[in-house]
Design a protein around this ligand. Sequence first.
Ligand code: HEM
Length: 537
Amino acid sequence: MGSSTWILGLSCPSLSWPVVGSIVVFAAYTVWWHLHSPLRRYPGPFLAKFTNFWRMYHVTRGSFHNDLERLHHKYGPVVRIGPNILDVDYDPELIKTVFNTKGDWKKTEYYLASSALVDGNIVYNLFSEIDAAKHAQEKKHVAKYYSPNGVASFEPHIDKTIVHFCNELEKRFMNHLNESAKPTINMGEWITFYTWDVVGAITFSKPLGYLSAGHDFDGTLSNAEKAVDYFAWVGTMPFLDHVFDKNRFYKPIGPPGFGRVTGISIQHLIDRYQGIDKAYHDPALPDFLDRFIEAKQQAAAAAKAEHGDSPAVTDNQIVGWLMINMIAGADTTAIVLRSAIYYCLKNPRVWTRLRAELAAAGLTEEHTPLSYKATRAIPYLEAIVREALRILPGVSLSLERYVPAGEYRLPDGSNAPPGAILGFNPYVLCRNKEVWGDDAQEFVPERWLRREGESEEGYKERLQVMKGADLSFGAGSRICLGRHVGLMQVYKVMGTLAVRYELELADKEKEWKVINSWFPRQEGVEVRMWRRGGEGV
Ligand code: HEM
């Protein structure tokens, strides 16, 4: 028989007995686990009951939000999508319980892969930290800088970037001499340049340079795309991140992690400490980095006053804060903006009404870039932004939490098994007909406004229900920290584009393409645009 091994009567020349033994033990354990699992009663795809490979495979295909929607239609509100994971559809009370402010429903290890390896140490950030106490401690230092008041001081940075955005578009695409020469603009891509430059501007006082270059000149954007693709699938089996990326013994062997944004963050911190960034950093116009250094100083002062009892803020923590602005802030904001523009232009009724309301508020081209205050005062713009967040939430993979000890009723009437993982997918929740009605698949900003004949009370109740199902910013203690600064960018640009330009989709019939890897990035938002009331610039 030589070195071959016989399994079920078949000769397997390359396998040795220890390998076969391991496979048999693993298979037996898997079957045993399945038979004894407290999750065995829940319906779901057959393979998902045994292995997380099922979920990993489907996540890599880039349309898991659609798959999950179909699975819920097929199996009901609770679907088993992994040996220890249940995905849950709409249940207002349960959502409030899981996404509470106490932090007792812990984030899962899925999130860990968005950490960084700095000098051989894993640096967790506000998004990736799964220990509730450490997260609360970390958040305490910086939460005030992300509050509505805190982010107000960053508006001048956003204004400058909007002016730059408009100038680049006008210079490159609006100097045509006649109607037929209006070029097609890949607006989706330009929005990416805008949001990444904003993140640079508000975080380090320096745009990252994509608007000026007009392309991904240093590869950071494509690298970030690959990193988030990696994050999306590796999170389904988090231990693999230690094989591919976060190990102390050999260089990363997998797809890129978030090393590049970590490098940019470290460099900016060094430049600030050494005063190298004086050419562009004006202390009178503070940025996030100023605030984070202030947080470090405040923590040091508190520690001194309390005889060293207060924990210090380290430079590694600052790096974590800087990089999370880039990882969590740029692509998400771009997704909301692309959806808002795409759907407004697909529905000219919506675009026309928005422009009418801006005009009625006296907002014109001379006021651009429009102030956040002015744009926030336009109820129809708020309805558009909310609807853009609903129709394609910026995070469209499930937000996962561990079930703590206790009795928690699932929408199918069973009790959630403690220690199991519950996932809530913002996309699935935002398409649930029970909440959003038969037109859940349509872009209808009006749903966010009071209807004709609807009482104020009835409207408030309806709004409450919709907000309760809307996890587009998450909720509870892990709610998106950057939502105020993200929304500021969205409102201001939408208002500015609407009052300054004529816009139309380059091909009104063409549908965009969505590739979902944690962030559902859209491709194919192509427009033609020109200055209002005139040809060219
Ligand atoms: C406007 C578009 C944005 C959307 C749709 C969005 C969405 C989200 C969601 C859904 C979460 C929760 C994830 C979870 O619970 O698993 C989250 C967390 C987070 N986001 Fe955002 N985000 C946006 C913009 C931003 C911006 C601009 C920043 C920073 C400048 C940011 C920073 C963060 C941080 C730090 C967390 C982690 C919060 C924590 O766990 O305490 N986000 N975001």
